[in-house]
Design a protein around this ligand. Structure first.
Ligand code: PRX
Length: 652
């Protein structure tokens, strides 16, 4: 744990205002403590009560948690439900005409969809999927821009029991291909293109390319939502327009009866080694995590809130806090197609004003870039509708936190800094805003029912003030169930034997302060967090070495003002080490190559060429030296085990 050196020294504390506390779903610290005490004394009863209270079951469960095959935990596993029913149908008697989605397109065009309309469109599309032969348990890959249709497609899968696997639209054809093959999907849903910042980026062409690569015979159909109307290549026997697919479809569709443990979706994410991992989530446990955190962390008020989570549905945040959470609550939410800086850096603030947004959830990287591009801009808009702000994806630095608090929240709105992961499905450590005082840069305390700890490499709990591995010691409902097709990797990655094989190892290091508040310090593995996006260094390295010019490559992160972390590549070419203009040209080529192999988000910010990489005599690349070099630090570390010390000068 040598990289854990210090933790932020932040003493400011912001207790909830009495106004906020008075109206909060969990009101006051005593209420928070009562919940945590209940969870501590009757863990299963605590979760079972919430599951009965918040989920509409088709067949109620009688069993709660089954740990007999740990770490393959099962929750509520004799219960039956349908997640789409819980997100839509159950609201219809009281709120058929209530707006479910306010979709704002890149160009500002606004479309409102009521719960009844959402129901009808989800059903019609669910019927279209059935007509294409999709049945319960089939995998459906969704590769779409931010749109109401993306949400409809996900909900339609949930309705018929198909397992969706959403692939972020920024990923390349190769990445898409890898995920299609691993999931052995039957069908792909895409769009001709997406619109962001006034520019169209085609998606259908990437699907076409992905399906020319091997192993995709599993795909029988591609459904294409027409967004821009641009020209696309058409494969008569395979491709089908979305509007044609639903043309004659009835707008009712009986929700499939799903077991609590049936998989709802797979979402691929980066690990430290190998190919992306297919994180598999359950139906009931996942839904429960979404609902409970909407209630406790986002203090959801179904009748008066307008909720806006800016995440793309290609990430877990977009799954839980766009597609499932707000709809399960019966709330109105905003969905945004575009980017925060188009047509100018006031876009978010204008949208909050126009739609009277009450709850705004975004990422530190967006906040930092908006500070840079117009720190005074929020003042030009009426942000008085806001009552709660959220942050997710990476640690938020105290400066950005203070700006968010003062300029956006007008010192009135609590900020919930939510720590969680693709694997945890919903918020794990986050303040309950009417109960827990916040501190800039800390995600504060675990939500009630989440039993977290900071431990050493043998699994022993560490005292406050000492950094170690962040773990969750009891299985919780929204935890991933396994990795698709790879239960062994699931066990190894998350439940290592060294820690006893039963506690969930998050992959982050953390420290608790004297109040027991958690401060996340970074990953303990070779995973980077670039603009809140998770990228494996190995993935980028494999992409680089697959280029014919490259002999060897090593990737490290270095701190970046806006992105949090920037990608630095150290590369050894097969030929001579390039210099000057040649180096620049090859850098550009390699950056574009990585863009094609993985996606633009993975392009190295900087490439340095050497005749070799710093290695130990046994041939191991010394990454800690590379990290120091990337940061521009002078090497003070011990280099006596280094085979080739002269190389360090070259890579500076
Ligand atoms: O390192 C932590 C960081 O993001 C990782 C999870 O990434 P992903 O699965 O892509 O999910 C991101 C959205 C939930 C974590 O292991 N992380 C996420 N939220 C925070 C955070 N680090 C610090 N503070 C946070 N609030």
């Amino acid at each position: 744990m040598s990289h854990i050196e210090s933790v932020l020294h932040e003493n400011r504390s912001f207790p909830p205002s009495s106004e906020f506390t008075a109206q909060a779903n969990v009101s006051g610290i005593a209420a928070y403590q009562a919940l945590t005490t209940k969870a501590a004394t009757d863990y299963e009863g605590y979760w079972a009560d919430l599951a009965r209270q918040h989920i509409s079951w088709e067949t109620p469960f009688t069993r709660i948690l089954d740990e007999t095959n740990a770490p393959f935990y099962r929750w509520f596993d004799d219960g039956y439900l349908n997640v789409s029913y819980n997100c839509i149908d159950r609201h219809l008697p009281a709120k058929a005409d209530k707006t479910a989605l306010i979709f704002e397109a890149d160009d500002g065009l606004v479309t409102r969809i009521s719960y009844q309309q959402l129901h009808d469109r989800v059903c019609a599309f669910a019927n279209a999927l059935i007509a294409q032969g999709v049945t319960k348990g089939d995998r459906v890959v969704i590769y779409m821009p931010m749109s109401a249709e993306a949400v409809i497609a996900m909900q339609a899968c949930a309705r018929i029991g198909a397992i969706h696997s959403v692939v972020f639209g920024g990923f390349s054809a190769k990445s898409l291909h890898e995920r299609i093959v691993d999931a052995q999907a039957k069908l792909v849903i895409t769009a001709d293109a997406g619109m962001r910042g006034g520019r169209a980026t085609s998606l259908k062409s990437a699907v076409d390319e992905a399906l020319t690569l091997g192993g995709t015979e599993c795909i029988s159909r591609v459904i294409v939502y027409q967004r821009t109307g641009q020209e696309v290549n058409w494969h008569e026997s395979r491709d089908l327009w979305w509007h044609d697919s639903v043309a004659d479809m009835p707008n009712t569709c009986e929700p499939a009866r799903m077991n609590a443990e049936d998989p709802l979706f797979i979402l691929y994410t980066s690990g430290s080694t190998g190919t992306p991992k297919g994180v598999q989530h359950s139906s009931a446990g996942y839904l429960l995590g979404a609902i409970v955190t909407m209630n406790m962390v986002f203090d959801a008020k179904a009748d008066t809130d307008v909720f806006w989570c800016t995440a793309d549905v290609g990430w877990i945040t977009g799954h839980t806090y766009v597609t499932y959470g707000p709809l399960a609550m019966g709330m109105t939410q905003v969905i945004f197609e575009g980017v925060p800086t188009y047509p100018d850096a006031g876009r978010f603030w204008k949208m909050i004003q126009d739609h009277r947004v009450t709850t705004f959830y975004t990422a530190p990287t967006a906040i930092r870039s908006l500070i840079k591009l117009g720190g005074e801009l929020p003042r030009q808009y009426d942000l008085s509708s806001l009552r709660l702000l959220g942050s997710v994806g990476e640690p938020i630095n105290p400066e950005a936190w203070m700006w968010y608090h003062q300029e956006v929240g007008q010192s009135r709105c609590p900020i919930v800094d939510t720590w969680w992961q693709t694997e945890t499905g919903s918020n794990m450590i986050a303040p309950l805003p009417g109960a827990v005082a916040t501190k800039p840069g800390s995600c504060t305390l675990p939500i009630p029912g989440i039993i977290a700890d900071v431990v050493d490499e043998h699994g022993a709990s560490l005292p406050f003030g000492q950094g170690g591995y962040l773990v969750i010691t009891r299985p919780f409902p929204s935890l991933l169930r396994t990795l698709w097709n790879n239960p062994e990797r699931y066990k190894k990655s998350y439940f290592p034997e060294e820690l006893g094989g039963k506690v969930y190892l998050a992959g982050d290091s953390a420290q608790r302060d004297t109040d027991g508040y958690y401060w996340i310090m970074g990953r303990i593995d070779d995973v980077l967090n670039v603009s809140g996006h998770r990228l494996g260094t190995m993935e980028i390295e494999s992409a680089l070495v697959s280029h014919p010019l490259v002999a060897e490559a090593a990737i490290v992160g270095k701190p970046h003002d806006i992105k949090g972390e920037a990608i630095v590549a150290f590369v050894v070419l097969k030929g001579e080490r390039p210099q000057g203009a040649a180096a620049k040209e090859i850098s550009d080529t390699l950056r574009n190559w990585v863009g094609q192999e993985i996606g633009a988000i993975a392009k190295p910010d900087e490439i340095r060429f050497g005749d070799n990489l710093p290695k130990t005599r046994s041939g191991k690349i010394m990454r800690r030296l590379l990290r120091a070099l990337a940061k521009g630090e002078t090497i003070t570390q011990d280099v006596s085990t280094l085979e080739n010390p002269a190389i360090l000068d070259q890579l500076k």
